[in-house]
Ligand binder design. Structure first.
Ligand SMILES: [Fe+2]
Length: 246
């Protein structure tokens, strides 16, 4: 009788554990993973950066609910799964730029979630409630030189964002010749990656995944991209340009 009771207890416990794991669905892109944070032996090399502004401070251009979910759920999910993917491997001790630069040699989880973390950290940094307007100084000169005008550059980035099929990003990069260039990547790829068709250092990135805009703009990705210009932190883009040119 005792044996039967013990068997039933173990079976019930295993069932509960299985159910709990189902709640923390782990996907390769980290969209819904809530599990990794509670597993003690997972690396914690990367953590969610605080935003230098409030979730509601980019309104009406990007709404507070979108910002909150995007930052606290989506970005956190990429970080959880990136930590899990590199845990116990030599990648724990590599710079993320070097990991992404050799991403063809790593797992799909490293590509999707390492890219997801890098891309979102960049995206938050080039947004500001005090943003908008146009760049000045060396960056403005470089944009005029590469694209003939600031408006032409904006048109090219808008086109890159709207024509990216499905989820992805539109970028302003310093390419391998040291010139500014607009490009686009699918999923959480970026131009640092050795799998990217066009390579370079991203200095501005705009997220065109639906999670970045759908609550407020629904299917109107173009409207989100137009509004994006009102919150671009050009000082940060200029600093990234200077760093990339060095
Ligand atoms: Fe995103």
């Amino acid at each position: 009788m005792k044996k039967i009771y013990l068997f039933l207890t173990i079976t019930a416990f295993a069932g509960l554990l299985f159910t709990a794991c189902q709640d923390g669905t782990t996907t390769s892109n980290g969209e819904n993973d809530t599990h990794a944070q509670t597993v003690s032996d997972i690396s914690d090399v990367y953590s969610l950066p605080d935003l230098p502004y409030e979730y509601n401070s980019l309104e009406p251009h990007i709404d507070a609910r979108t910002m909150e979910i995007h930052h606290s759920r989506h970005h956190q999910g990429y970080i959880n799964n990136f930590n899990k993917a590199i845990s116990g491997t030599p990648l724990e001790n590599m710079d993320i730029e070097d990991i992404l630069g050799s991403v063809s040699q790593h797992s799909v989880a490293v590509r999707n979630n390492g890219g997801g973390h890098y891309n979102h950290e960049l995206y938050w940094s080039i947004l500001s409630p005090d943003g908008g307007g146009s760049p000045s100084g060396e960056l403005a000169e470089a944009i005029n030189s590469a694209f003939e005008s600031f408006q032409n550059f904006k048109d090219q980035l808008q086109t890159a964002g709207t024509t990216q099929f499905g989820s992805g990003w539109a970028w302003l990069i310093v390419n391998q010749n040291g010139d500014l260039q607009v490009t686009q990547t699918p999923n959480q790829d970026n131009p640092l990656m050795d799998v990217s068709t066009v390579r370079g250092t991203p200095i501005l990135g705009v997220d065109v995944w639906e999670h970045a805009y759908y609550l407020h703009y629904q299917n109107k990705r173009g409207d989100y991209l137009k509004a994006f210009w009102n919150v671009v932190n050009w000082d940060e883009v200029a600093a990234r340009y200077s760093a990339a040119k060095r």
